[in-house]
Write a new protein. Structure first.
Length: 387
């Protein structure tokens, strides 16, 4: 562990001209680069701690980061080394500080040129150098939606457009031809086969119920608490609606809004613009119980949710009555094939579903999954495929 500086130590290098939020984001990226898992919520907490303690004393900065960003004992050593590289001006404070071995980080982006990659690896043979190789798409897959730039949202749209949202098939009432001998003879096909054989019914034909694709219903929370994630998740919903049949999409806020028709366009810009005009309560309040009651009354009675896979994408923060939410979740769960809840906050270390809405809904959920990144959406497709 790095020892603390005396009260008169100098400020961390390079922090005088930067805002605490900028420093928190940059340092978090360095920690992720050396293998630490740092959720976005911890970055926010670190920024708030820096605002409270200031940046003029090294020991305050160190413990602000240590208390908010480190959650495992094995992460302390890489944190100390990364802190030394990122914050300390070693030339001016070498006399006061213990010798801390600096950590060199070499980041190489994979390209199609194998020769260039080999040359890069030859230059980083020192034991004290950690080389991180990655592709931009791979980094984006694991990046938290809350940290996306507008350009990265467009790239994520391309990644999510390749997801195949196919659930387990269901047996329909429609009959189709089958090679198996069943209790349902196919008279028409039997007669046609007999006509080709000179009128003799040489071969009997049979029919059986055909498998059908289950309907997928997506309910996206667009309230203010979901603002960092809702725009990325809306692109996922668009990819689902535009990529397959039998998908219904709704926005949940202070009211329920059906956006299936608006998101049906294969052009993401056109679809998202139309959905933005349609949803008038974007980034407003949340009444999940009232919205689900309206969905059950107006759409559930029409059979939209019956034997369907229903996915709710929400952080569970609700201003309404949790008893009402629990009752409507129970009502919805009775008619669905599978009820899945996607919560972007679930990835946070130590997360517990303590919000009133989330706690009321949890007993009626078949699957409770993460929803903070493209990789989490890929995992959601696997859950849907096995539902």
């Amino acid at each position: 562990m790095t020892e603390l500086d005396p009260p008169g130590s100098t400020a961390p290098s390079g922090t005088a001209i930067a805002e605490p939020a900028e420093i928190a984001v940059a340092f978090t990226q360095v920690l992720r680069g050396v293998g630490l898992t740092v959720p976005t919520s911890c970055t926010h907490t670190f920024a708030e701690a820096l605002c409270a303690t200031g940046l003029d004393r090294r020991h305050s900065t160190y413990w602000a980061g240590r208390a908010t960003l480190v959650h495992r004992p094995e992460d302390i050593e890489p944190f100390d080394r990364a802190f030394a590289v990122f914050f300390e001006d070693r030339r001016s404070t070498a006399a006061e500080e213990p010798d801390v071995e600096p950590l060199s980080i070499t980041i190489a982006v994979d390209t199609d040129d194998d020769t260039e990659a080999e040359d890069s690896s030859d230059q980083t043979t020192d034991d004290d150098v950690i080389e991180l190789r990655f592709s931009s798409a791979e980094v984006l897959r694991h990046k938290d939606f809350a940290e996306y730039s507008p350009d990265e949202l467009v790239q994520a749209q391309s990644l999510m457009s390749h997801l195949r949202l196919i659930g387990s098939p269901r047996t329909s009432m429609r009959l189709g031809p089958t090679r198996r001998r069943t209790p349902r003879p196919d008279i028409r096909r039997t007669v046609r086969a007999a006509m080709r054989a000179g009128g003799e019914p040489v071969e009997r034909r049979f029919s059986a119920p055909t498998p059908r694709l289950r309907r997928l219903v997506l309910l996206l929370d667009v309230s203010g608490s979901m603002e960092p994630y809702a725009r990325a998740l809306l692109r996922f919903v668009h990819a689902a609606v535009a990529g397959r049949q039998k998908v219904e999409a709704f926005a949940l806020g202070t009211r329920l809004t059906r956006v299936t028709r608006e998101l049906a366009s294969r052009d993401p810009d056109v679809a998202l613009e139309a959905a933005g005009r349609r949803v008038t309560d974007w980034s407003g309040g949340t009444r999940l119980g009232d919205g689900l009651r309206e969905f059950n009354d107006e759409w559930g009675v029409r059979g939209l949710a019956r034997n369907s896979i229903v996915v709710i994408l929400s952080d569970g923060w609700d201003r309404g009555d949790p008893v009402e939410l629990g009752a409507q979740m129970e009502r919805l769960h009775r008619v669905t094939h599978q009820l899945i809840w996607v919560n972007p906050l679930k990835v946070t270390p130590g997360y517990a579903p303590l919000a009133r809405g989330m706690a009321a809904a949890l007993p009626h959920i078949d699957h409770f999954v993460e929803g903070h990144s493209v990789s989490a959406m890929e995992e959601l497709t696997r859950v849907i495929a096995t539902a």
